[in-house]
Design a binder for this molecule. Sequence first.
Ligand code: GAL
Length: 482
Amino acid sequence: MSLSKEVPADAFPQGFAWGAATAAYQIEGCWDMDGKGPSIWDTFCHAKGRVFEDQTGDVACNSYQLWEEDLKCIQQLGLTHYRLSLSWSRLLPDGTTNYINPKGVAYYNKVINDLIASAVMPMVTLNHFDLPQALENRGGWKSPEIADVFDSYAKFCFKTFGDRVKLWITVNEPYVCAKHGYEDGLYAPGLREPGTSVYLVGHNMLRAHSKAWHSYDANFRHLQGGKVSIALSSDWAEPLDPSNPEDVSATERYMDFILGWFACPVFCTGDYPEKMKTRIEARNLELGFSEGPRLPKFSEDEPNPLGTADFFALNYYTSRKVKNTSSHRSELSFKGDQGAEVVMDPSWPICGVSWLAVVPEGLRKLLNYIKETYNNPDIYITENGFSQIGPVELEDIERWQFYQDTLQEVSKAIRDDGVSVTGYFAWTLMDNFEWAEGFRARFGLFHVDFSRAELKRTVYHSGREYAAVISRHRTHIKLEKT
Ligand code: GAL
């Protein structure tokens, strides 16, 4: 990691959103309290052998009962924005609007009202991995009917909270959800159906997202004036050997199968990337697969995904070197379709979890790639962070170094490259339940003491420094105005 200077106060434009993000299942706990229905993550964690040491989000940070403590953390950081997700099954226990749980509505009303009273703008995600179990029992994201059920849920949320919430994310990371949930089985619902369900799930998520965006556009935008998008995760990838055309095209494929899969339909063409379509078709022939198209087609009878995002919501964590491979060629799998092998550059430090190579400069390159490839959208970086595993260091110097380097890269993308970055959300406000890693991977700006029932939050060095950057930026903007 390079040693960078302090982030200058004038590095970011006026109106830049300074945020931190969380997700309901990772922080709320109270998994069956006050009428909440179970989600697929409750079921997944309650089965043994899925999560590190069989940990669960049953209690997590207990944000359902300790929201006021979270609010203090948000205020201490001086955030202008806070990204949270709604637990679908806390609001609608069986996933449908047949029954609305008043206590769930009251909880989120309080959260949203408290944020607004503290001059913090909420950015609200409708679904961050935790699909209601009742819907999973009806086929979940694999079932075509999910798009309409999601649309009803979205309309209910726009109607109930949209007078105050102006930034919406429909679905978080369809790539991660589809790949880990249905291809690798690492995330809920834990299915391993390689090379098939992953595309169906991704497709239904895009259909659900498109319907919800169109509903907002037609029925709520003129009254509420908000914006709606979908949060897409992507690595930055570069060819292992840039002079080898096979590595170059494997890298393009790698990006298309992660980011283009969702960004191309929404921001470019209304359809999947050409290279993805031809590759999967060619592989169908090669493998003699004849049970219909694996990559579904968008129906003309439904709203098209093209144009269904009012901004680009990007989650970036890491970078990869990529080389061409045919090693999974004979198997029906996403990997075989992608035909790209990832290699970690040994010069990149790893933070905590094995997949997280620390590459802040990859973010600037990715921002430029998005600007060029997806028609220069406004971009919110809706997640980005650094994890610790092992003995907790409240003086998390390395994490702060990472944030400083990253913010420098973002500022260069804005100032030098003309990328329209409108905000940055650190992942995450406080240590929480990190999916299959349980509580051992800590990404927080606040430390949470999971060993005691009070679940005390204590600011890390990185949290204090992030607050200082935000405060310097705010003072600078005020001075500029006078
Ligand atoms: C993202 C996810 C977050 C968080 C983060 C760190 O994929 O949206 O919920 O866990 O990764 O691993």
